[in-house]
Each structure stands twice: as structure tokens, then as C-alpha cells.
Design a protein around this ligand. Structure first.
Ligand SMILES: [Zn+2]
Length: 415
């Protein structure tokens, strides 16, 4: 039985394959625009399918368009080992977010073919539909439906800005398949992804061993004061909704910083009404989100924030309406799968650190059903969701090699 491994994946083939995928939806600034369920996404999927079939894999597609490319194992009674990521991108996205995990998965399959390895368990390479959520407003859509987090019918009915539904987009491009979009028994799921943050690069580490994903709580906030004349309204008569919002933004930042380097708190969207230079703003709408690796700390944030924001609003003479949009619990990954990543990294001699994912990934929903782990590689300046997103060929190769070793170890493990 083959377990670990002097076999090396082909770094040049991997890089060429990544660059060829990046041509589909390439932007002038060197990024990628491959929005979910668009013509360009369809072209990417067709290219992916072609390459999978050329590698001898059998491709199935489910009702939400998730693609599964299967390589049979020696023991048909075993559950498959899954690995993959997503091929869709942000409107001005980078070449590697998502694509790295899918294309590295393809390289794993090619390498197994080259070495003539038949694994005990079958393997399935996955391309999840619409991870980014930029078109239909629902990130992790394909994996969320598959995992039963999102209702399938409600998801099909989601509309983009032009009124096109998910169902309509799937049908018009022929991207849905006959399989039900439902979690099936699987032995494990591994996802290789760029870190999308600065930690690995700053610490000069080649591999991030991802132990889980952060807890999150998101709010919609509306501050309602009163529009009034900038010149005639004295301080005692002002009910300035923007002042309230500004102080709440400062509160979010202070609450984040009180938690040290693990804290995250962000106001990323703000609309000022009427947004006129000589009118005291009567209404401000803004977003608030907090994240933390520990569930208990996120709950403390969620208890503290509405109370303290309420005090600020009262001081400003403003009414603050806070709606909690959702909470995502912290998702620890499977210790045995994480350990396979750790062992592979150590055996290969790569520098590494353990890391909690700051972003949401398909793996977070898959982990609700399937033992899961993730592998991170550094990205230049921690930049992602940006056309300038960049990684080095040797970083892609190292991540792919860890993926290869972890997948092989899991698929050949003694049961
Ligand atoms: Zn991604």
C-alpha cells in the first residue's frame, strides 16, 4: 500500500494549468472576472470538465451545479475522499482565490496517474458553485445547499441585479446536473486555498495548517436622527445620525482592539442620507460585523455591542435600529484530518504555523457533514479579492504537495 511518499507533484504543470485557467475571464490588470453562473464561469467549467475527462475522471454535476470528478479506488465499499474549492471569482478578483484548490486537485489526479497509484478509497475533486456570492448575494451557495445550510428552493429563487434567478442562470447555461444537491457520505474533505491575509507572509511560513474557521456575527444598522440646516442648528438641537454612526464605528474598532490580534470588527458599508454638505444627516445606514476564533468571545461581542451602541445613540439623540443578520458558529476542523496536513507538512520540511481561517470557505459548511481540513499558502501582501492577488509558483507547488500527501494518506488509511 502506498502511503507517504517520495512522489512529487509536477510544479510546472500545476503552474501552467493555473495560468491557463486564469486566461478564462482574464482582466487587463492581470486579474480574473469569472462571476458565478455567467458565460465566463460556464467556459471555465467546460475547460475544467475537459481536463478532468482527459485525466480519466468521471464528472457528475448536481442540481446547484456543483461538479464532482471521480477517480475510482481499489475498494468500492469505501467512501470517497473529497478535495477541491471553487472556480468562480469576485467581479475584479485574482487568479488564485478558489482556482488554486481546484487546479491543485487536478494536479493531484494527474500525479497519481503518472505514478500509477490506485488508492484504496475513491477520490473526488470538487468545484463548488458560487463560493463568492457577488452575483446573487449569497456566498458559499453551492456548498451551503449541498450541506443543507440553505434551502434549495429559496436558493434557486435568488435574483441578481438584472432579475435573473439562480435557477434561470443554471438552466440557460445548462450548468445543473441530475444529481440531487445534497451531502453524500464522504470520508474526508481537504481544501487548499490562499490565506487571503498577511500572517503567513509576515512570518515567512510556507504552509498554514488550518485548524478551523472563526465565529461571526453580522448586523444591519440604521441610525435615525433629523435632517436639519448646518448653519442654523445649534449643538443643543442637533440629532446627527452620522455622528452617531461615527462613534459606533469607533466602538467597533475599540471592541476589536480590546481582543488583541485575534479580534476582528468592521464597518464596511455606509450610506448617508441626504448626503449633502450643508445638511446635518438625518439617516445613516451601515453594516457591522465581528469575528473571533472562539465561540465564547464572539458571544461576548454580540452581547456587548448592542448595549454600548445603544448608549452612544442615546447620547447623540439618535434612534439606532440594529438588526442581527446572522451568526455563524466557530467551526473547528477534524483533528485527524488536520493532523494529516500537519504530518505531511513536517515530512516535507516546509515551514508552517497553525492558523484559524479569517474568511469563510466552502470547507466550513462541508465540515458539518464530512471530516474536513484546510491548507493555506501565503499570498503577496496578504491581498485577495483584488486583481493584483499574487502567489509564487513554489508556494503553489508546496501547497499542492501537502494536499497530495494528505489525500493519499487518508485514502490509503487502515480502516
Ligand atoms: Zn475562495
Amino acid at each position: 500500500m502506498t502511503t507517504a511518499t517520495n512522489q512529487r507533484i509536477d510544479g510546472k504543470r500545476l503552474w501552467d494549468s493555473l495560468m491557463r485557467m486564469a486566461e478564462i475571464g482574464a482582466t487587463p490588470k492581470g486579474g480574473v472576472r469569472r462571476i458565478a453562473l455567467s458565460d465566463v464561469d460556464a467556459a471555465g467549467r467546460a475547460a475544467f470538465r475537459g481536463r478532468c475527462e482527459a485525466a480519466g475522471l468521471a464528472v457528475r454535476v448536481d442540481a446547484i451545479g456543483n461538479m464532482f470528478a471521480r477517480r475510482e479506488g481499489r475498494d468500492p465499499s469505501r467512501k470517497p475522499v473529497l478535495f477541491g474549492s471553487h472556480l468562480d471569482s469576485q467581479p475584479s478578483g485574482g487568479k488564485f482565490d478558489g482556482a488554486l484548490g481546484v487546479i491543485a486537485g487536478l494536479e493531484v489526479m494527474h500525479s497519481l496517474n503518472d505514478f500509477g497509484i490506485v488508492t484504496e478509497a475513491p477520490l473526488e475533486l470538487v468545484n463548488w458553485t458560487d463560493e463568492e456570492g457577488s452575483r446573487f448575494g449569497h456566498s458559499l451557495m453551492g456548498s451551503g445547499v449541498w450541506a443543507g445550510v440553505f434551502d434549495e428552493a429559496a436558493t434557486f429563487a435568488l435574483k441578481d441585479e438584472d432579475g435573473v434567478t439562480v435557477r434561470g442562470a443554471l438552466d440557460s447555461l445548462g450548468l445543473a446536473g441530475p444529481e440531487p444537491a445534497r451531502a453524500f457520505p464522504a470520508d474526508a474533505y481537504f481544501e487548499l486555498h490562499i490565506e487571503q491575509g498577511p500572517i503567513l507572509e509576515r512570518e515567512n511560513k510556507r504552509i498554514g495548517i488550518v485548524t478551523g474557521a472563526q465565529a461571526q456575527v453580522w448586523y444591519d444598522a440604521v441610525a435615525i436622527g433629523q435632517d436639519s440646516h448646518a448653519g442654523t442648528t445649534p449643538p443643543s438641537a442637533r440629532r446627527d445620525a452620522l455622528l452617531c454612526a461615527a462613534r459606533v464605528i469607533d466602538l467597533v474598532d475599540r471592541m476589536m482592539r480590546a481582543r488583541g490580534e485575534d479580534g476582528r470588527g468592521t464597518v464596511g458599508r455606509l450610506t448617508v442620507i441626504p448626503n449633502s454638505c450643508n445638511v446635518i444627516p438625518g439617516e445613516v445606514r451601515f453594516s457591522v460585523e465581528f469575528r473571533h476564533p472562539q465561540q465564547a468571545e464572539m458571544e461576548r461581542l454580540a452581547a456587548q455591542f448592542p448595549r454600548e451602541a445603544g448608549f452612544i445613540a442615546r447620547d447623540c439623540g439618535v434612534e439606532l435600529q440594529l438588526t442581527e443578520l446572522f451568526r455563524i458558529p466557530a467551526q473547528p476542523f477534524d483533528p485527524a484530518c488536520v493532523d494529516l496536513v500537519r504530518q505531511a507538512t513536517a515530512r516535507l520540511g516546509f515551514s508552517s504555523r497553525e492558523i484559524v481561517s479569517g474568511a469563510a470557505h466552502d470547507a466550513v459548511y462541508v465540515a458539518r457533514h464530512v471530516p474536513t481540513a484546510m491548507i493555506f499558502t501565503p499570498c503577496k501582501d496578504g491581498l485577495s479579492h483584488n486583481e493584483a492577488e499574487s502567489i509564487l509558483p513554489e508556494e503553489a507547488e508546496a501547497g499542492c504537495q501537502v494536499l497530495f500527501d494528505a489525500v493519499l494518506a487518508r485514502a490509503n488509511r487502515e480502516l
